[in-house]
Design a protein around this ligand. Sequence first.
Ligand SMILES: *Cc1c(COP(=O)(O)O)cnc(C)c1O
Length: 373
Amino acid sequence: MPRPPRTDAVIPISVVRLDRRVEERVLQVIRSGVIAQGPMVAEFEERFSELADVSHAIAVNNGTTALVAAMQAHGLGPGDEVITSPFTFAATLNAILETGASVRFSDIRVEDFGLDAKSVNVRTTAATRAVVPVHLYGQSVDLGPIVQICNDRGLALIEDAAQAHGATYGGKSVGSFGTGCFSFYATKNLTSGEGGVITTNDDELAARLRILRNQGMRARYEYVVAGHNYRMTDLQAAVVIPQIDEYPGQLSRRRAHAAGLTERLDDIPGLVLPKEMPGRTHVWHQYTVLLPENADREDFVGSLLGSGVTAGVYYPRLVHEYEPYQRDARVVVEPTPVASDVSRRCVSLPVHPYLTDDDLDVIAGAVKKALKS
Ligand SMILES: *Cc1c(COP(=O)(O)O)cnc(C)c1O
């Protein structure tokens, strides 16, 4: 039977739905009179430390802050060098620069879009103090060899896990290998509107982070360092806690939708589909394909929109190619050919939990139509 024409809006790249349980929790906070950091934040930290399989989770006001605080807690500052991926959101780079440190980029692996340990190895210098792998789109980078490099050379491992809540590598959660930084921004797999968390198994580091977060106070008006206000509010924690209960179900829907897309798209010549690597669990924050070499990405995205499908481009250029970083001597750029190629060809298709089988058909049909023209 022919499908009736779609009269509703286009299929969005992400959808936020908050249920009655969130409403009730938020009301509970409002009625309690404690709306800043309080018992709800403590409960959120407890719940997230279980999810990430770590002994400490420290809630902060966003994912960028989580990165800045993690780097500050590791003592990074001017003169130190941090190695990260050029294929990431600006927050990763901005956080490094905010600490005063310099940044040097390593190339990525095309299979998982994450830092390539071989490239990290050759770009490490005497000034290198930390490595910041980015678990992009919901899949862990190949952490094993990176952990090895960090251990051998005494480097801090700070994981940008903003897109990868609950992703695992070798059976262990991301954010538990080094110091983990998660975001709870509106479009992430788990959200509090704005929010962040730092995860660690290091008791001392956790204590330093709690002090940094709260104006450098160990106890009321007992200042031990010059800190900051990085605190999350109980209102934000109330929004995210019920989502943690729902998360396993949400993940199985994301996983089913990724499988559904792969099933429908795997016979298109030159189109590279995302894969879950052996020994890892992908949490499908994005379903990101690489277009055939000769395809025009702008035309492709436009054609999809014409067919009722929103596509996202994360990220259209390498992060250091933007104007503010061009004249910054702390941003050290060396060639990263894989990352350059990937940034030219990547497109993300909707994979969120609220797609229907019909939506998957529409998305696959739109992709086929766009690539034929
Ligand atoms: C979202 C994101 C961040 C920053 O998180 P915010 O909560 O928006 O500050 C950092 N890194 C990556 C890779 C992200 O996707």
